[in-house]
Design a protein around this ligand. Structure first.
Ligand code: S3P
Length: 449
């Protein structure tokens, strides 16, 4: 069920000033809940993102048998199923808007003897699931999925049946995808023998790091044909304590707001600096941004830092295609920064954006052209022609297509355009960044709801 549409408008704002803390990382939050639910014993999680996507994952894990509570200080306690294993949920497992949630949970569930029916909202229901289901079928899982009216197979609802006794496989995903890698490694825990995922391009390594924190060895061999990542089953997770670091993908929004709004000078604290996630910061540095990461420290096994940002004159760049995986969720907001740069910013090799919460190439191109920015779209990329520091026209109303990152990107654009920028619906922002409006207001951003 989706919430009623809630339009919002960003109004050209004065210089942004102040210090804010990045909210908990969405990828790590999903994993903390899922791994804690599978583990033997009690896992305490602090700093969890309280976003709608994560709450869907909490609901799903409860329906498989885990006991999960939140205490008054915001710490989450998970009593995992351990040796009992997941049991078949009595109701549909509704994963809401969360692609990471549904794909990782299907992988985790495959390792147990159960039957479950997975559903999601309008956006999730048209996203491809065969990228997970095909290799799971090779491992011995039975999965029935819907084919859309346009003949696209592998969509939710999915009915998954497993005996929990899986065959280990070696698998090279056709797309760079941490979700596919993670789902197969989780299923591999229920297989007898070694399951290996071979990645030509490295993707975020949170599953590998967190499985180790839960006591499961993960072997990574770097070879000429890519990274070979293996787990050997049957393997059990042992409960642990997790501190969730701040999300660089969410930090991107206040950071780019400061870069494009004249006179801004802000500090964003608690940003995870895992190199599989920081491609946007490398790109902004190449564009000439004032972006200084400082106070590096360890939190929950990840390096975090505080990022000082000032309004900057940006130059267009060509983003290396090999960097895509490390900034895959940041292209819409990078395109907003590119709208203010001098010259063209060329983004290619990002066809995967077409199967995110929305078709993010089309939605970003529409967002910009609706507001007077020149943008050219190709099959697997886009090129933005910047305004050389001059404020773009703005004044448009952007269709968000149930996509939180499109919604936030449009509102950030509207802080520095000549005229306000509106969006048709802001409700989806709560999936990944429920504190977005308060956090932006605390910096002086003028966004009306
Ligand atoms: C994620 C992986 C990425 C990313 C998503 C989170 C994860 O998806 O876009 O927001 O937590 O593993 P893909 O694996 O489909 O690229």
């Amino acid at each position: 069920m989706s919430s009623p549409a809630a339009p919002a408008t960003a109004v050209p704002s004065k210089a942004l000033k102040g210090t804010v803390k990045a909210p908990g990382d969405k990828s790590i939050s999903h994993r903390a809940i899922i791994f804690g639910a599978m583990a033997d014993g009690i896992t305490d999680v602090s700093g969890l993102l309280r976003g709608a996507d994560i709450l869907s994952t909490v609901g799903a894990m409860r329906s498989f048998g885990a006991k999960i509570t939140e205490n008054e200080t915001g710490t989450w306690r998970i009593e995992g199923v351990g040796a009992t294993g997941f049991s078949s949920p009595a109701e549909d497992v509704d994963c809401g808007n969360a692609g990471t949630g549904v794909r990782l949970i299907m992988g985790a569930a495959a390792g147990y003897d159960l039957k479950a029916r997975f559903t999601g909202d309008a956006s999730l229901s048209i996203r491809p699931m065969n990228r997970i289901l095909d290799p799971l079928r090779e491992m011995g899982v039975s999965a029935e999925a819907r084919t859309t009216e346009n003949g696209e197979p592998g969509r939710l609802p999915v009915i998954l049946k497993s005996s929990g006794d899986l065959k280990p496989i070696d698998y090279r995903p056709p797309h760079a995808s941490a979700q596919v890698k993670s789902a197969l490694l989780l299923a591999g825990l229920g297989a007898k023998g070694t399951t290996t995922v071979i990645e030509s391009v490295p993707t975020r390594d949170h599953t590998e790091n967190m499985l180790r924190a839960f006591g499961v060895p993960v072997d990574v061999k770097v070879a000429g044909d890519g990274n070979h990542i293996s787990v050997t089953g049957p393997a059990k997770l042992q409960a642990t304590t997790i501190k969730v670091p701040g999300d660089p993908s969410s930090a991107a929004f206040p950071i780019i707001a400061a870069l494009i709004t004249p006179g801004s000078d802000i500090l964003v604290e608690n940003v995870m600096m895992n190199p599989t996630r920081t491609g946007l910061f490398d790109t902004l540095n190449e564009m000439g941004a004032f972006l200084r990461a400082d106070n590096f420290r360890k939190s929950g096994g990840e390096t975090i830092a505080d990022i000082h940002v000032k309004h900057s004159r940006l130059n267009g760049v060509t983003v290396p295609e090999g960097r895509a995986a490390s900034m895959i969720d940041e292209y819409p907001i990078l395109a907003v920064a590119a709208a203010f740069a001098t010259g063209k910013t060329i983004m290619n090799g990002i066809g995967e954006l077409r199967v995110k919460e929305s078709d993010r190439i089309a939605a970003t191109a529409a967002l910009l052209s609706e507001n007077g920015v020149t943008v050219a779209e190709t099959k697997d990329g886009m090129t933005v022609t910047g305004s050389a520091g001059k404020a773009p026209l703005g004044g448009g109303t952007v269709k968000t297509h149930h996509d939180h990152r499109i919604a936030m990107s449009a509102l950030i654009l509207g802080l520095a355009t000549q005229n306000p920028v509106s969006i048709d619906d802001a409700s989806m922002i709560a999936t990944s960044f429920p504190t977005f409006f308060d956090l932006m207001a605390s910096l002086g951003a003028h966004i009306e709801r």
